[in-house]
Write a protein that binds this ligand. Structure first.
Ligand SMILES: Cc1cc2nc3c(=O)[nH]c(=O)nc-3n(C[C@H](O)[C@H](O)[C@H](O)COP(=O)(O)OP(=O)(O)OC[C@H]3O[C@@H](n4cnc5c(N)ncnc54)[C@H](O)[C@@H]3O)c2cc1C
Length: 495
């Protein structure tokens, strides 16, 4: 695609898709099962379709002047307007610019989509950040010898030029964790090598948004159990590839609900998928590592941009919690109570702390060996650990601020019912607002903290990019403390 856009002063070539063009790409015969039934297309399941509509609206926003700066940038090579999702940050200023898109997609989904269209591209950019390392690596699988670095560069260009969306699944299906990794029947691995590529079989798991995206980007996370050579792979294939089956978890949102009742859950969801690979062909040019266990240790460095995305999204959501909390104080008239002010203070502390970690990670950013500007991993990991440890308490505090209003919600139809609506309107107004407006606020907070959608999101926040024990382990392994040790030795007059 190489069209002209009229939204800027001077028509400029662009490589952007409209929402309708994006939706057309999903009508590709992909194999999806929901509630045990094969569906003809992603548009057949209301929760998936609503989620696609939300993502499509992000594509349309790329053409609107008010969102152009957050969602698009100029490709330095071609001069065309491209999505910021595939932007390669070279400077600290570039990081701040790229963050605008994370903030935009986070606000658009109220932080409920952890894998919006700009998340998986951040992993491809992470591979690009270590191009010299991947250039030096050789395939250890006989008969297939891709140039990993060329493939990475070509893939980032392909994603950028096609305004591509991708999902990612790095983790493996849950089964007996005490067994040897290589003995798991679910482990995704190379079955055979053939002309032009390899065949892989096995499964990936919780590939959030994969039913609603173009591609799946995958690897097998290293972890403490040894990964056999035939499972050491980084690659990406189209979701509609022959042999891929997507098995959806049950839906948790309220597509089609009146936005009054469910302002967020009516937007649909990014559904998590169990992804079966049955003899799937991966072309040689889509392989970014093959057979080399040392490349699997690059999970941390390669995913640094994705983890920066995760923390930024949580900061945006934390700010929504502050806004919602302030509104609760306003409409309930509880803002004069010192204990209530203290509870809002907790929400503010959380939001400010997450922002501080993000700014610190960007301020301490350093160029990688591939000359990509990478946020500081120690700050990010500490921030991510703080964010997930405190998330349940923050949800609890926001719920507590709401009191009975969070559950005593009746819905638009009750307010419009001639027999009971007037009672609700007369007996339940807030401070300076009608009963309906008070309920709208409570409905928003319900969707964000207490609904089935919120339950899935809370689980997601806790483990989607490593649970707390693993983050502590990463801090131990990755944050240097020699300087502090020397300081103590000096003060303690130790040798
Ligand atoms: C809703 C949701 C969406 C997700 N979306 C994605 C996605 O899009 N892409 C993706 O790649 N992943 C995704 N994840 C998966 C996430 O990466 C994993 O859940 C996470 O890596 C933990 O692995 P596991 O669930 O297999 O836990 P298991 O390995 O089964 O372990 C269970 C628990 O044991 C503990 N544990 C296990 N091993 C260790 C260890 N070595 N050190 C410390 N503690 C340990 C942890 O508490 C862990 O939660 C998602 C998860 C959820 C819940």
């Amino acid at each position: 695609m190489n069209a002209q856009t009229q939204t800027r002063d001077v028509p400029v070539a662009h490589k952007l898709k409209t929402g309708a063009e994006f939706k057309a790409t999903l009508d590709d015969g992909r194999a999806i099962w929901v509630n045990g039934k094969r569906i003809a297309s992603v548009f057949e399941e209301p929760a998936l379709a609503a989620g696609v509509d939300l993502v499509a609206s992000m594509f349309d926003d790329q053409f609107k002047p008010e969102f152009a700066d957050a969602t698009t940038c100029i490709d330095p090579d071609s001069g065309a307007i491209v999505s910021r999702a595939w932007q390669v940050p070279r400077t600290i200023e570039d990081l701040a610019d790229r963050r605008k898109l994370i903030e935009y997609t986070s606000l658009k989904t109220a932080g409920t989509f952890g894998r919006p269209p700009d998340l998986a591209p951040a992993i491809a950019v992470g591979l690009l950040a270590y191009l010299p390392t991947f250039k030096a690596k050789k395939s250890l699988i006989d008969g297939c010898a891709p140039d990993f670095a060329e493939n990475i560069e070509r893939y980032v260009a392909f994603g950028r030029d096609n305004n591509l969306t991708a999902s990612e699944s790095l983790t493996g299906p849950q089964n007996d964790r005490s067994s040897a990794k290589g003995s798991e029947s679910s482990l995704l691995k190379v079955k055979n090598v053939e002309k032009g590529g390899i065949r892989i079989s096995g499964a990936k798991t919780v590939g959030s948004i994969s039913a609603q995206a173009n591609e799946i980007f995958f690897t097998n996370l290293g972890g403490i159990r040894e990964t056999p050579a035939e499972a050491c792979i980084w690659a990406s294939v189209p979701i509609a590839s022959d042999g891929i089956k997507l098995i959806s978890r049950e839906m948790v949102s309220h597509p089609g609900a009146d936005p009054f009742d469910h302002p967020i859950a009516s937007l649909g969801e990014e559904a998590d998928q169990f992804i079966v690979f049955d003899n799937v062909f991966v072309p040689t040019d889509r392989i970014f590592n093959l057979g080399d266990p040392t490349a699997m240790q690059y999970y941390g460095p390669v995913c640094v941009f994705a983890h920066w995305h995760v923390l930024t999204r949580l900061a945006v959501k934390a700010e929504l919690f502050v806004g919602a909390g302030q509104l609760v104080l306003d409409v309930l008239g509880t803002g004069h109570i010192p204990a209530v002010q203290g509870m809002l203070g907790e929400l503010i502390e959380y939001a400010q702390t997450l922002r501080a970690f993000i700014y610190a990670a960007e301020a301490k950013a350093k160029p990688t060996e591939g000359e990509v500007m990478a946020p500081d991993v120690g700050m990010l990991t500490a921030g991510r650990l703080y964010s997930i440890q405190h998330y349940p308490r923050i949800i609890h505090t926001l719920q507590e601020l709401c009191g009975q209003g969070l559950v005593m919600r009746f819905g638009k139809a009750a307010f419009e019912n001639p027999d009971i609506g007037h009672h609700l309107k007369d007996l339940l107004p807030g401070k300076g607002v009608s009963a309906e407006v008070k309920e709208q606020l409570m409905n928003f907070i319900w969707d964000m903290t207490s609904s089935s959608l919120a339950g899935r999101v809370a689980l997601f926040e806790n483990v989607n990019a490593s649970p707390a024990p693993r983050l502590r382990e990463r801090l131990y392994n990755e944050v240097k403390r020699d300087r502090f040790v020397e300081q103590v030795k000096t003060l303690a007059r130790m040798p």
